[in-house]
Design a protein around this ligand. Sequence first.
Ligand code: FA5
Length: 343
Amino acid sequence: MSHNEILENLDNIVKQAICELQKINDHTAIEQWRVKYFGRKGLFADITSAIPHISPELRSETGKKINTAKKQLMQMFEEKLGFLKNKEASDTDVNFTIPGIIPDVPNLHPITLVSREIVGIFQKLGFGIHVGPEIETDFYNFEALNMPENHPARDMWDTFYLDEDRKLLLRTHTSPVQVRVMQKLSPPLRIIAIGKTFRRDAFDASHSPVFHQVEGLMVDKNITFSNLKAVLIFFLRELFGSRVRVRFLPSYFPFTEPSAEISISCVICGGKGCQTCGNAGWLEILGAGMVHPEVFRKSGLDCKNITGFAFGAGIERIAMLKYGIDDIRQFYLNDKRFIQQFG
Ligand code: FA5
C-alpha cells in the first residue's frame, strides 16, 4: 500500500466505524465492533502493519494520522459504552415485583372531625349548611351587623385589614354569613355556616390568630330565646354527652339583643380549674342572642313579622374540650403524631 492509499483507506475505515457505532444498541454489538476495528487482527492492526512498507520519511506522519484517528474512535467507543451501561442499569434496576409504597395517609384533622360532627347534629335539626368568603367587606363584617363606621364595638375584634381604606378584611367571625344568607333567602331560615376566621390575637393556650367558627341562624315568626336555649343545649349535649353543664350569662354583641355568652363545664379538669379554662372551671365556647332588628333591615328583611336567633362558636375550643387538648397551638404544629391520635 502506498502512503496515499493508506490515508484513503484510513479515511474510509473511520467513516465506516463511526456509522456502525452510531447504530449499535447493545453490549454484544459494541464488543464485535471493538474487535473488528481494534482487535489483534482488526482493521487498525491491519493498516498499521502497512507502515513499514512505505518510504521512511512518510512513516512518522502516517503513524501519527493513524493514531489520531484511533484515539478519536476510542473516545467515541468509551462514550457509547458508558451510555449502554447506564441504559442497561436503568432497564434492569426496575423491579416490577416490589410492592408499592403504602401512602402515608394520616387521620383527618381533629378540626375536620369536629366540624363534621357539628354539621351532623344540626342536620338532624333540619339546618342547612352555608359558606361565605374568608375575605370580607367592611359592610358584611361590621356595618350590616349594626356596627357603622367608628362604632366602638368594632374594637371587640382586632382585625386584619387588606387595604389602606379598610374596606377589605379577613373576616373576624362567621356572622357576615348571616347577612349574606338573609339577602339571598327568605324566612323561615335554619342554617349553619362553618369556616375559618381571623383575628390579630397573639397565640396562647386558648387563642390563635386563625381559628374556626360555626355560625347558626334561625329566623321565622315567633322565634324566642327559649328556642335558642333549646337548640344550643341539644347541640352541646349531643356533642359532649348528656351530663355536660351549660351556662348562659348576659353579654353584649351589637348584632343581637339580648345577647348571651355560653360556657360549658370544663371537661378537662371537671370544673376544678386548669390552664385551659384559666382556672375558672368553665370554658366559654359560644356567643349568641336574638337577631337585632337593624341586622334584618340591613339584610333587606322586613323585621315587623319575624324574629330570629343567632350564635357563633369557636370550633378549636370545642375540639379541645372534646379531645382533652390543653393547648390550642397543638392544632397548628403539623405534627403527624398528634393528628394520628384522632378519628
Ligand atoms: C363572635 O365572634 C360572634 N360573632 C359570635 C356570635 C354570633 C354572637 C352570633 C352572637 C350571635 P366571639 O368574639 O365571642 O363572638 O367569638 C366566638 C367564639 O370564638 C368564642 O366563644 C371562642 O370560642 C372563639 N374564639 C374567639 N377568639 C378566638 C381565638 N383567638 N382563638 C380561638 N377561638 C377563639
